[in-house]
Design a binder for this molecule. Structure first.
Ligand code: AFP
Length: 325
């Protein structure tokens, strides 16, 4: 007997009235395209070492990083499933320099920004990695072009991420709520396991790369020292895995700007905006240290931003220490 038989599946959830009332029936198709792609990616990740899919392609991506084979494979899989959904007008991807404008007229289409495989440095060492998606609705009557992807984070209609770890979990945030679905390897379906997620009030953890402390400015060093004195450190080095733990258990993630990275390391459009949307829908907050992530007016598809996200009161306290200088 399959474990999900008495649980709502993702397909049933997206077909449910509540989601469709939010933004029409195309959103369900986009989310199922993400789910279908993630099942293929999860399989590739699990069998990578066996199938000689580890290692790099030798190419350098628009971020100046060496492309991992699985990065490329994941990017191709999601571009295919999203383009095939019939409801996606354009895709922005960490691994692809220019936006992918989907052929053919997509009347009530969506615009999807994605990090197809987050945590590249952990791929070859079997540590949790993930995929991240921000979903915007195309403006009515808009002819999509490169600038159509430069939207405010607060205009997202939904955001989702996958963690490929001890289990494969898809977390979906809409304007209604945040829910988690676990992939059942027997039925191949995602089943609702975490309904109505809210970040807990307690905050046991802080997640940051302490190796960067020496190149932070003084106010930020002070803010990190406060975290160090109050909370236990947990840092996987995959944003999606660190965020997921903190979302379920309580915690704060911080990747501030530093002397070497004046704009921080993480990407605004397909890392900070989607996870900022999830955090806010779950009662948390997302900031640069000076302003709300979802209020940033984007200028470039691959622009970076400092990122602090997690428990609202802890994020606000860190921001006040940084601003106090
Ligand atoms: P990518 O694999 O997408 O480049 O992500 C890696 C990452 O951006 C993010 O997942 C981590 O939180 C962060 O980098 C880790 O950076 P450090 O290695 O500098 O700690």
């Amino acid at each position: 007997m399959s474990a999900v038989e008495h649980r709502t599946t993702l397909q049933e959830y997206v077909n449910s009235e509540s989601l469709n009332q939010v933004d029409g029936d195309g959103l369900g198709a986009v989310i199922m395209a993400i789910a279908d792609g993630s099942i293929q990616v999860q399989r590739q990740v699990q069998h990578a070492a066996l199938g000689d899919a580890l290692g790099t392609t030798g190419e350098i991506n628009v971020q100046g990083e060496i492309v991992q084979r699985l990065d490329q494979a994941s990017s191709e899989i999601f571009v295919q499933t999203l383009s095939g959904s019939g409801h996606v007008a354009a895709i922005g991807c960490e691994e692809i320099e220019r936006p992918v404008i989907v052929e053919g007229e997509v009347a009530d289409g969506y615009i999807v920004l994605m990090d197809p495989l987050d945590g590249s440095s952990n791929i070859d060492v079997a540590v949790s990695i993930g995929s991240i998606f921000g979903i915007w609705k195309k403006k009515p009557g808009e002819t999509v072009n490169d600038d159509s992807l430069l939207r405010l984070g607060s205009e997202q209609v939904a955001a989702a991420y996958l963690v490929y770890g001890s289990s494969t979990v898809l977390v979906l945030a809409t304007k209604n709520n945040v829910c988690g679905f676990t992939l059942d390897s027997e039925s191949g379906a995602f089943a609702l396991t975490h309904p109505n997620i809210k970040i807990p009030e307690e905050c046991p953890y802080y997640s940051t790369n302490e190796g960067n402390n020496k190149v932070l400015d003084e106010p930020t060093q002070k803010a990190i020292a406060n975290l160090r004195n109050k909370y236990s450190q947990r840092y996987v080095g995959s944003l999606v895995a660190d965020f997921h733990r903190n979302l379920l258990k309580g915690g704060i993630f911080a990747y501030p700007a530093d002397q070497n990275r004046k704009d921080g390391r993480l990407r605004l459009m397909y890392e900070a905006n989607p996870l900022g949307f999830v955090a806010e829908q779950a009662g948390g907050a997302a900031s640069t240290g000076y302003r709300r992530i979802l209020d940033i007016i984007p200028e470039q598809l691959h622009q970076r931003t400092p990122l602090i996200l997690g428990n609202k009161d802890v994020v606000e306290e860190m921001v006040s220490v940084i601003k106090a200088g």
